[in-house]
Design a protein around this ligand. Structure first.
Ligand SMILES: Nc1ncnc2c1ncn2[C@@H]1O[C@H](COP(=O)(O)OP(=O)(O)O)[C@@H](O)[C@H]1O
Ligand SMILES: [Mg+2]
Length: 386
């Protein structure tokens, strides 16, 4: 039901929260954000900002009590409070049950196995010592990928272990999972949306190119340069995953297209995702509006792509830390099809996500021609170099 008076509570006030609030504005939806500081990106655009810790039970309960719909822009939130708010009759999307699984990469992998969702073969370990024993005994052989069960994001909880030296220098501590190093041909992501009645809509697959050092997506390409058959398979797989989790809202499904043509689900995020930023400028419906449609009981929007799109993350330049200064924005805005999004973070740091640029064009080739100029021109510096 469409209502401009319902209160939508968002846990997390980063850039994803900001873009969600911006998508809510044209419909006059009221957005309420909980996070540590109103200086965070969403603080500048939400209806009301509440200072608190989304990981703290009492803070989430106090925040949620007078809201109608609760959602997230980050999955590492206090789900005990979300369970309780749901029991009290609040709409909580995604469901706390799904969040409990997704927050823990180990439980996520077990979920894939139990639901016959293709994923890299894996094993869970209590700690790194048990993993070392498994390697000593020959049960696991290098190279392999170790992931922290709960601590990771943006590649921080992922170690690719290739040599015995890596076992000394890169091994992650604590409960972990280990999986085969996937023979990756292309990394793709498919964002699916599902509403409360189980209707599903899927955005076209995007291709993700990673920054070799920062382990962050550097360039996103939509549509992905994969065959129509593989795109269709990826879309079906995303639909299968969102339905298995019984999610209402968005689910971004990261996948590996392996060299033998198989698709493996890598991980999922039940919220707006970095790999869907381009939809603001290039799709009929943005991922943010789609999330609102799903969680507010509205019909899902058209996910068609109107133009080819590239998305560049604007990362803080190396060697620059402190109050931010952008260089080259005006030069980039002079080019047609260049859409600049700055998140409004006061401080930059090396590799910090400060914004993104979407480049739209009739074809990917035309978009690529503009991308080099943007990369070389638009810079995120600090006001004083350290
Ligand atoms: N099993 C794997 N085989 C090969 N590369 C992997 C594997 N798992 C992760 N990676 C690489 O590490 C990146 C980050 O891993 P991911 O599990 O997605 O963590 P994050 O939560 O940091 O995004 C992936 O996008 C991929 O490039
Ligand atoms: Mg990932």
């Amino acid at each position: 039901m469409f209502s401009t008076t319902q209160k939508i509570g968002i846990l997390g006030g980063g850039q994803l929260g900001k873009m969600l609030c911006l998508a809510a504005a044209p419909w006059d939806f009221k957005t309420y954000v909980l996070d540590a500081s109103p200086d965070f990106p969403a603080g500048q655009v939400c209806t009301e900002f509440t200072v608190g810790d989304f990981n703290n039970y009492d803070d989430v309960m106090a925040f949620g009590r007078d809201k109608d719909v609760l959602t997230i822009e980050i999955e590492h939130v206090n789900t005990a409070a979300l369970h309780e708010l749901k029991r009290m009759g609040k709409q909580v999307h995604p469901s706390p049950d799904a969040l409990d699984i997704i927050k823990d990469k180990g439980l996520q992998k077990v979920f894939y196995r139990n639901n016959e969702i293709p994923t890299a073969p894996f094993e869970l370990f209590e700690n790194e010592q048990d993993l070392l024993s498994a390697i000593d005994s020959g049960r696991w052989i290098l190279p392999l990928v170790q992931k922290s069960r709960t601590a990771g994001y943006d590649g921080k909880g992922v170690a690719i272990l290739r040599t015995s030296d890596d076992l000394k220098s890169k091994l992650l501590k604590g409960p972990c999972l280990v999986e085969l190093l996937a023979p990756i041909q292309t990394e793709i992501a498919v964002i699916a949306a599902r509403n409360a009645s189980g209707e599903v809509a899927v955005f076209p697959a995007v291709e993700m190119d990673f920054h070799p050092e920062a382990n962050l997506v550097e360039l996103l390409i939509c549509p992905a340069r994969i065959s129509p058959l593989v795109s269709a398979q990826a879309e079906v797989l995303a639909e299968q995953v969102i339905s298995a989790f019984d999610i209402c809202g968005l689910l971004a499904v990261e996948m590996f297209l392996c060299t033998d043509g198989q698709l493996w689900v890598n991980e999922v995020a039940p919220r707006p995702h970095n790999s869907g930023h381009h939809t603001i400028d290039s799709a009929v419906t943005s991922q943010y509006q789609q999330h609102l449609r799903a969680i507010c009981g509205l019909p899902l929007g058209d996910t068609s792509q109107m133009q080819a799109a590239l998305m560049l993350n604007l990362l803080g330049a190396e060697g620059h830390k402190g109050p931010v200064r952008y260089e080259g924005v005006a030069e980039c805005l002079a080019i047609s099809g260049v859409h600049v999004h700055l998140y409004g973070k006061a401080m930059t740091a090396p590799f910090r996500k400060m914004g993104h640029v979407t480049i739209t064009a009739e074809t990917l080739e035309k978009a690529f021609k503009k991308a080099d100029f943007i990369k070389n021109t638009l810079k995120v510096f600090s006001q004083t170099q350290e």
